[in-house]
Design a protein around this ligand. Structure first.
Ligand SMILES: Nc1nc2c(ncn2[C@@H]2O[C@H](COP(=O)(O)OP(=O)(O)OP(=O)(O)O)[C@@H](O)[C@H]2O)c(=O)[nH]1
Ligand SMILES: C[C@H](OP(=O)(O)O)C(=O)O
Length: 224
């Protein structure tokens, strides 16, 4: 039996990062997702036994093949939580642990991923919080809790851990907490993401970032 597999759920390219649609066009959002997937898979490859990308989108799965990871076709009618459960079911007799990771955390390469994986091997439940109350990493035994991705999933995953008798360990990583959902998040990638594929793509788009001290922290710019 292997030690740990990463599971990366990926939505359809046509649904990719809809909250960025005021700022990036559909094709640009697809390219952003591809760049983020490159960063995430490159970071995970050396530290896990397998990476599984699960998606309902044929084109996403074709791209995943190019990244040389395993792919699973999501069953029809599933949502994010049930898709992850499908992937966990597929690997439950193959690996002791799964590391559930979203596709939109390109700064994962800046965190101490070896330390996270090593410490998690001896633990039942490790969770990485995201900005805004979500979950950007979960290391558990396959199917040992119900998936609660969605609104305030960090709090809900902790509840699930407690309900199932696990002692939740919180792994605090600034870089992994930064998922890319809105324009301001692109600014964080411009600030912290040197060397990342994702920053390279945003530079191609000539995305700029300025510090402002108003209702928002960052102003994101782009030439017309
Ligand atoms: N397989 C699968 N992955 C999903 C699904 N919905 C979201 N994801 C993935 O789950 C992770 C977290 O997604 P979110 O940040 O909540 O949403 P998003 O779809 O990327 O972006 P928005 O459209 O802006 O909400 C990302 O890796 C998504 O690609 C789904 O229905 N199936
Ligand atoms: C799926 C959701 O992602 P977010 O909306 O925080 O990006 C979550 O982490 O529960």
């Amino acid at each position: 039996m292997d030690e740990i597999y990463a599971i990366i759920p990926v939505s359809r390219f046509s649904n990719a990062k809809t909250r960025l649609s005021p700022f990036l066009e559909l094709k640009e959002r697809e390219k952003l997702l591809k760049a983020m997937l490159k960063d995430v898979t490159k970071t995970l490859k050396p530290v896990v036994d397998e990476i599984i990308i699960i998606s309902a989108d044929k084109e996403v799965l074709e791209y995943a093949n190019k990244l040389e990871v395993l792919t699973l076709v999501e069953n029809e009618g599933l949502n994010l939580n049930t898709a992850i459960s499908q992937a966990m079911d597929w690997c439950r007799h193959k690996t002791k642990k799964v590391f559930i990771v979203p596709s939109d955390i390109p700064l994962i390469s800046k965190t101490n991923i070896d330390a996270l994986i090593e410490s998690a091997k001896a633990l039942d439940f490790v969770i990485v919080p995201s900005k805004g109350g979500g979950t950007n990493g979960l290391i558990i035994k396959p199917l040992s809790i119900d998936m609660k991705f969605g609104e305030f999933s960090f709090k809900n995953h902790i509840k699930e851990a407690n309900k199932n008798g696990f002692d939740p360990v919180i792994y605090d990583s600034f870089y992994m907490s930064l998922d890319v959902n809105i324009a301001e998040d692109l600014g964080e990638i411009m600030i912290h993401g040197s060397g990342c594929e994702t920053q390279g793509y945003l530079k191609d788009l000539k995305i700029g970032v300025e510090s402002i001290h108003g209702a928002e922290r960052l102003k994101i710019t782009r030439p017309d």
